[in-house]
Write a protein that binds this ligand. Structure first.
Ligand SMILES: [Zn+2]
Length: 160
């Protein structure tokens, strides 16, 4: 009987906005989540950030290491790496999890093997974050959709 060899999935490649820095992780990622904390919101300039976590030994910068600039937040013990050319956040490391590297999910075009089913810092969710409300086309602006505002109940007119 022939021994079956399990196919080793290819590593998953990612890159920054300008392409100067490329990275890869071994498939599958360890886990994936949405991060609603203020620190990640500001680092990304976005409502929240979605990460995949990789074991450090399964994460590699494959090109552009010299373009990576790091910001260390001494108060939290976190270090964030960015592309010095285009500003794309590349990774996020925490002193208390030295074996893990968190990588923005958006850097990868292809599947990472983990769905972001988890939320961190959900109590910090902003009230302006889009959370899936129904959208309708905005008349006169092709390609723009919007949340139709809820009708406010009119206060009854005072009667004199
Ligand atoms: Zn770049």
């Amino acid at each position: 009987m022939k021994k079956k060899t399990l196919a080793t999935p290819e590593p998953v490649a990612g890159q920054c906005g300008c392409g100067a820095v490329t990275i890869e992780i071994d498939f599958p990622a360890r886990w994936a989540w949405h991060d609603h904390t203020q620190a990640s919101r500001l680092a990304h300039g976005a409502a929240y950030a979605t990460y995949v976590g990789s074991w450090r030994k399964r994460f590699r910068i494959t090109a552009g290491e010299e373009e990576v600039t790091r910001y260390e937040d001494r108060a939290s013990g976190a270090t964030r790496g960015f592309c010095s050319q285009c500003g794309t956040p590349l990774f996020y490391e925490r002193a208390r999890s030295p074996h893990m590297v968190n990588v923005p999910r958006a850097l990868f075009q292809n599947r990472t093997g983990r769905e972001p089913l988890y939320h961190i810092g959900i109590q910090e969710l902003r009230d302006w974050t889009y959370t899936g409300q129904p959208l309708v086309p905005l008349k006169g602006f092709p390609g723009v959709v919007w949340e139709r505002p809820k009708r406010r109940k009119r206060m009854p007119e005072p009667m004199f």
